[in-house]
Design a protein around this ligand. Structure first.
Ligand SMILES: O=P(O)(O)OC[C@H]1O[C@@H](O)[C@H](O)[C@@H](O)[C@@H]1O
Length: 315
């Protein structure tokens, strides 16, 4: 699912380019291998659509498409199908974070900042990142990004995003450049576009221990595979890959450096930046390090948190 306004920018893209979407600089690619959109606020993947579905709808001239984007009617808060991820059509203005795609939660997950006072999910998702390299070849693309400003006294993050016709791979690398050990948590807070939230099940978590955030972190064990039938906010202790099945498509979500899998959907208690008609078109399945598996980094060490998303079946 992709906002109409972002779709128009992609339709007007041949190859790669930088453009502006909702006040943010976005890096866009529309190539034979597929499509990718990344916001430089947060180094956040917003959209990925691999070939052969990519590039079906072309708008002939960039000027024409940009004119459409500038048209108030085209700014309507709607989503159109396409892609594996979901992004709200009405994100908060800057400096707010964009809800959707793959936000990088760093250097803590949710409210797990060292003093409990830091912003939800850490400062990285709202920060300005720099595109250090875009290495494109016939098969796909690899982007390297780093924050423009220092976000932590001792830890330094960087992101690597690889996209090709078969998969999307995102790495969040944390390097310790300080002098004392640091505890770190984080997440690749992936919002997947689905046919309807209530049709979804997540395979691969049966038997896993979990903390239920909706029951004050009560501990339980998953019986069978979780379906999404109402609000859900759970941290599963699991390093296994999972499959998100929405009845139409089976997305395989593999991960590295993560012993927590977060499954989240607020059901009808939608955040303010999410219109009701868009609210049941996503499910979050997150590769994370949380209070269940915090990472202790010593000076000179580094940690890799990664997720690899591929499509097992399109029905
Ligand atoms: O609204 P935010 O800050 O993006 O957070 C969304 C959700 O993110 C999930 O990762 C958390 O488990 C939820 O508790 C939280 O509500």
């Amino acid at each position: 699912m992709i906002p109409t306004t972002l779709r128009q920018l992609l339709d007007a893209t041949r190859g790669q380019r930088l453009a502006e979407w909702q006040g943010r600089e976005v890096w866009l690619a529309r190539e034979p291998w597929g499509e990718l959109a990344v916001s430089l606020q947060g180094a956040q993947v917003l959209h990925f659509l691999p070939a052969p579905d990519a590039g079906r709808k072309a708008t002939d001239s960039i000027a024409e498409a940009e004119q459409e984007t500038a048209d108030p009617a085209a700014e309507a808060a709607t989503l159109v199908p396409g892609g594996w991820l979901w992004v709200t059509p009405t994100p908060q203005p800057l400096p707010g974070a964009i809800r959707g795609g793959i936000p990088l939660c760093w250097p803590w997950f949710a409210d797990e900042s060292p003093d409990g006072q830091g912003p939800m999910h850490g400062p990285a998702r709202k920060a300005a990142w720099r595109l250090d390299a875009a290495d494109e070849h016939e098969e796909g693309v690899e982007l390297h990004l780093s924050p423009q400003d220092r976000l932590h006294e001792q830890l330094v993050p960087r992101a690597v995003i690889q996209a090709n016709a078969r998969r999307l791979h995102v790495e969040l690398i944390t390097e310790h450049r300080g002098t004392t050990p640091v505890k770190y948590t984080g997440a690749l807070h992936s919002y997947f576009g689905v046919r309807h939230t209530h049709r979804c099940k997540v395979e691969g978590l049966a038997g896993a221990r979990y903390l239920d955030k909706l029951k004050n972190f009560a501990e339980d064990v998953q019986q069978g595979e979780p379906g999404i039938r109402g609000a859900i906010d759970r941290i599963y202790q699991s390093n296994r890959e999972v499959v998100l099945d929405d009845g139409e498509r089976r997305l395989r979500i593999a991960k590295q450096g993560s012993d927590s899998t977060v499954v989240w959907h607020p059901d009808s208690e939608l955040p303010q930046d999410t219109p009701p008609e868009a609210g049941h078109r996503f499910v979050c399945v997150e590769a994370a390090c949380t209070r269940l598996d915090p990472v202790w980094l010593v000076p000179g060490a580094q940690h890799l948190l990664a997720t690899t998303i591929s499509c097992e079946e399109n029905r």
